[in-house]
Ligand binder design. Structure first.
Ligand code: SAH
Length: 505
């Protein structure tokens, strides 16, 4: 008799995704996400975390991310068991920590009865994240030796005993309410009736760790009024106790807190701006204005790769140029010896850093990061020298012209193409036209042109942060006045210019 085919049962990883900031998932959580065939994520989970998933993983929202209906608990349980039995590994992402107010017990029961193996990966729960991000130490040597995590939303008809408000009122420590926004009038009143002093300090923390986090300091007696006055919607945490009296707010006091910045660099190259801007408190939206692509074919580049050592100078006017040239060299079986004794020139620190990633040091980098200055740095000894300019399909001709005029023998190789992105994301279009973007970064002339085509006059609704005088000149020619420009012409200086502008008043 033939043996029936055995399909190994997949495993379910019940993962805490943390309170919102995608950096607050654990390393183990990321490892499990990378392995998953299927990802089921709750409505409180920040979809940015999904960047850790495999490209071929099936991603399923369990509701509300784009207005979809919420899945029922039974549907979730059945789906997990059914997929695991088909041999798939499942990452079940839950907001905060999975064992806190997440109905995890029901999911575990379903997995156990379905014979499905599982692992629970802890996460940062909202109460603790709210404490950290509002600067409230929920335990304190003098003020609180215990913390209680409490639901403000008791399930109707449930069998567990009701909350004992008298015990909670006597509790010698900090009380933290989850799911307490709509029910605040009831639970706050019950606590006060049970003997908790009405003037006990309270802090409401909404959307903790997200760039639009809100913190309201109040008292137990006023929690419900404050929530109503601020028209506050979930998710929010309410921390009650002496420790909540004076939040040490490091989060909302960051220099760019609340600023909405549109980053327009090509995909994959936004990190140099997005990282520091976000850390300084800004909310970044991404809308690439140009895309960077390999050349239509590699014939000209490959031919040049065989001749690299013939040149006295390899001149790089962008980090992309470094990357495309050297990646092609390495992926076609060559190595850095192909560069021979050629010297290397880089237009600025970003380009030099890219060279350094390939263990190469720039011999020349001008003090001012523009083509004219690079030409000036090379011109003195250009007579009879052979230069290879490594470049994009479009860009300025200054370098070639000036080096030729100085007696150099100049050749050029196009190692990547820069193209305009023509269609903007609809959400970005509406955010800009409704005045919901404060700043737009403009980090090259090509980007300036593309933005003008993409957004037209709407560009006036935000302040423009320009990378250099050349880019500012392009913006002005197009009829737009930059609000700040960077000096030196680097991403860190652009960020610094934004900070200076926002904190000058
Ligand atoms: N398992 C989650 C809690 C789920 S219950 C955890 O460990 O955090 C949902 C409640 O969590 C919300 O009603 C709210 O009270 C709280 N919550 C979740 N994310 C939050 C956030 N970013 N800011 C404030 N409260 C949050």
């Amino acid at each position: 008799m033939p043996t029936p085919a055995v399909t190994a049962v997949g495993k379910v990883f019940l993962i805490g995704a943390g309170p919102g900031d995608p950096g607050l998932i654990t390393w183990r959580g990321v490892e499990c996400l990378r392995r998953a065939d299927v990802v089921l994520y709750d409505y409180l989970v920040n979809p940015a975390i999904l960047r850790h998933t495999r490209a071929d993983a099936e991603l399923q929202s369990l509701g509300r991310h784009r207005g979809e209906r919420l899945w029922t608990q039974t549907e979730i349980n059945d789906r997990m068991v059914e997929m695991a039995k088909r041999g798939l590994n499942i990452a079940r992402l839950k907001g905060g920590d999975p064992i806190i107010f997440g109905r995890l017990a029901e999911e575990i029961d379903a997995l156990v009865s379905g014979g499905v193996p599982y692992e629970i990966v802890p996460g940062v729960t909202a109460a603790l994240a709210a404490g950290s991000y509002a600067g409230i130490c929920v335990t304190h040597r003098e003020q609180a030796s215990a913390v209680a995590l409490i639901t403000g939303h008791e399930q109707e008809g449930k069998t567990a005993p009701e909350l004992d408000y008298e015990a909670l009122a006597r509790f010698p420590g900090t009380l933290v309410f989850y799911m307490g926004v709509t029910t605040a009038p009831q639970w706050a009143t019950r606590l006060i009736e049970s003997g908790k002093p009405p003037n006990t300090p309270a802090a409401i923390v909404r959307r903790c760790t997200w760039p639009d986090q809100q913190v309201i300091s109040t008292t137990l007696a006023d929690v419900a009024n404050e929530l109503a006055a601020a028209k506050m919607r979930p998710p929010a945490i309410v921390i009650i106790g002496d420790v909540a009296a004076a939040p040490a707010d490091w989060f909302a006091t960051r220099p760019l807190f609340g600023q909405r910045v549109l980053v327009t660099r090509p995909l994959g190259q936004t990190a140099g701006l997005e990282g520091p801007l976000t850390e300084l408190g800004a909310m970044c939206m991404i809308q690439p204005a140009i895309e960077i692509c390999p050349p239509a074919n590699w014939l000209a580049v490959d031919a040049m790769l065989d001749r690299l050592s013939e040149f006295d100078w390899l001149v790089f006017s962008s980090a992309n140029g470094v990357r495309f040239l050297l990646d092609r060299l390495l992926s076609t079986g060559g190595d850095l010896r192909r560069l021979g004794k050629s010297r290397l020139a880089a237009i600025g620190p970003g380009t030099s850093e890219e060279l350094a990633r390939y263990h190469l040091r720039a011999d020349v980098q001008p003090d001012e990061y523009r083509a004219e200055s690079l030409a000036a740095a090379l011109k003195g000894d250009a007579q009879g020298r052979r230069f290879l300019l490594v470049r994009a399909n479009r860009g300025r001709e200054v370098l070639a012209e000036e080096l030729t005029a100085a007696g150099g023998a100049v050749e050029q190789v196009v190692v990547y193409e820069s193209r305009d992105v023509t269609a903007a994301d609809e959400q970005v279009v509406s955010a800009l036209s409704e005045g919901r973007i404060d700043w737009i970064t403009v980090t090259s002339s090509a980007i300036a042109h593309s933005l003008a085509r993409m957004f037209g006059d709407s560009l006036r609704r935000a302040k423009l942060a320009s990378i250099s005088p050349i880019t500012s000149g392009t913006l002005r020619e197009l009829g737009f006045e930059p609000a700040v420009d960077a000096n030196p012409y680097t991403m860190p200086a652009l960020v610094a210019a934004l900070v200076a502008a926002e904190n000058s008043t």
